[in-house]
Design a protein around this ligand. Structure first.
Ligand code: CA
Length: 223
C-alpha cells in the first residue's frame, strides 16, 4: 500500500512517515500544498494523510481539487485542535476521516488502517483467504494457523493482494502501489516476489492470469 503524507512541519512529517513505514506502507511526503496536490493528482495512492494548514495551497483547497478531478482515494485530514468548523468543512470538501492535533501516532495508524480496509470493502483488520490469514494490525501472516515469516517487501505485496483479493491485479499496478516515487521501479522484481510468496504460502493461492497479472483467491474459488 502506497501512501502520501502532506504536512509542512518537517518534524511531524518525518514522524508520521516513519510510523507509517514501520507499519509496512510505502510513503511519499510533500511539504506544501502545491507539491501535495500535484502528487495526489498524478500518483495512484491508496490513502492520503493531509494537513489542512499548509503554506501556498491550503489543505482544504487541495482536497476539494482532488475530488473535483475525480480522485477518490481515502483522505485522513489533520486538523488543529478544537476547530470543529474546520472538521465540518473538511468532510464537506471530501475528507473521509480526521485526527485533531496533537495526536497519538497509534491513532493515525489505526485510522489509516480502517480507511484502507473500508476502501477495499473489508469490515475487519483480519483479512482471510482460504487457509491464509493476514492480521494487518500486527502485520502477521499465518497459513492454517502456522505463522509465516515474510520480508517487508513480501508483506507489502501480499497485503496489497489481500486487500484486492478476487480481482486481477496487474504488475504495473503492483509496482505503482509497492514502491515510492524515488524507487527505481522494475516490474520484473514483482515476479520474483510472487515466486517467493508462493514458496512460503503454498502455490495454490496466487494465480497468474496470463497477460493480465495476478489474482489472490482461495483454492476452490478460482472463477
Ligand atoms: Ca501545518
Amino acid at each position: 500500500m502506497r501512501l502520501l503524507v502532506v504536512e509542512d512541519d518537517p518534524d511531524l512529517a518525518r514522524q508520521i512517515a516513519t510510523a507509517l513505514r514501520g507499519a509496512g506502507y510505502v510513503v511519499d511526503v510533500a511539504h506544501d500544498g502545491e507539491e501535495g496536490h500535484y502528487l495526489g493528482d498524478s500518483e495512484p495512492y491508496d490513502a492520503v494523510v493531509l494537513d489542512l494548514g499548509l503554506p501556498g495551497l491550503d489543505g482544504m483547497t487541495v482536497l476539494a481539487r482532488w475530488r473535483k478531478a475525480g480522485r477518490t482515494m481515502p483522505v485522513l485530514v489533520l486538523t488543529a485542535r478544537d476547530q470543529w468548523s474546520e472538521k465540518v468543512a473538511g468532510f464537506d470538501a471530501g475528507a473521509d476521516d480526521y485526527v485533531a492535533k496533537p495526536f497519538y501516532m497509534e491513532e493515525v495508524l489505526a485510522r489509516v488502517r480502517a480507511l484502507l480496509r473500508r476502501a477495499a470493502g473489508h469490515a475487519s483488520s483480519d483479512l482471510e483467504c482460504g487457509p491464509l490469514r493476514v492480521d494487518t494490525k500486527a502485520a502477521r501472516v499465518t497459513v492454517r494457523d502456522n505463522p509465516v515469516k515474510l520480508t517487508a517487501q513480501e508483506y507489502r505485496l501480499l497485503a496489497y493482494l489481500m486487500h484486492h483479493q478476487g480481482r486481477v491485479v496487474s504488475r504495473t499496478e503492483l509496482v505503482e502501489h509497492l514502491y515510492d516515487q524515488d524507487f527505481d521501479r522494475d516490474s520484473n522484481t514483482i515476479e520474483v516476489f510472487v515466486g517467493r510468496l508462493r514458496k512460503k504460502l503454498g502455490a495454490a493461492l496466487i494465480h497468474t492470469v496470463r497477460g493480465l497479472g495476478y489474482r489472490l483467491a482461495a483454492p476452490g474459488d478460482e472463477t
